[in-house]
Design a protein around this ligand. Structure first.
Ligand SMILES: [Zn+2]
Ligand SMILES: [Zn+2]
Length: 169
């Protein structure tokens, strides 16, 4: 999906997002959904909006696969490739706005979303804040199983320390 910059009317352009997206190394599940607004000023375009997509991730602690909704908050300033960014646009872009470039007079919406997914996806994903991870000794998933490797659990460490203190006293 591409938008021809000069076709963006003065009152702006509204685009509903409902598209499949492939991003290398990222497992997207289902469609990217949302909406964006394009506002043009000369050759510069401000893209704003919100979208979301489900991403398949692997927990960094317990290694289980899970799906997480990735929200995309779009706030981008597009300038034509090869042209220096003007003072005005730098002023406009201060704050939360990312500056991007478009080429051949077109903004590739799919490419933009792909970049946003890659930028926003968490590398150190964890399936839940309470994930207990894998037992470093026997490797069981401590969220679903228990094991007897006491010496590595916090409780085990505590008891060991207590033993040590008792012995030294
Ligand atoms: Zn986990
Ligand atoms: Zn264990």
């Amino acid at each position: 999906m591409k938008v021809i910059v000069m076709d963006i009317p003065d009152e702006g352009m509204h685009i509903a997002i409902d598209m499949a997206l492939k991003a290398e190394g990222i497992e997207t599940k289902g469609l990217v959904r949302g909406h964006i607004e394009l506002q043009r000023s000369g050759t510069e375009v401000i893209v704003s909006g919100k979208a979301k997509v489900d991403i398949g991730l692997q927990c960094g602690l317990c290694l289980s696969e899970f799906t997480s909704e990735l929200p995309l908050d779009l706030n981008l300033l597009y300038c034509p490739e090869g042209e220096p960014v003007s003072e005005d646009s730098v002023e406009l872009s201060t704050g939360e706005m990312d500056v991007c470039q478009y080429n051949e007079g077109e903004i590739d919406i799919a490419q933009m979303l792909r970049e946003q997914v890659i930028l926003n996806v968490s590398i150190s994903a964890v399936c839940s804040d309470n994930c207990r991870g894998l037992c470093p000794v026997c490797g069981v998933n401590l969220n679903t199983e228990t094991c007897n490797c006491k010496n590595t659990s916090e409780e085990g460490r505590f008891f060991k320390l207590k033993d040590l203190l008792t012995k030294t006293n």
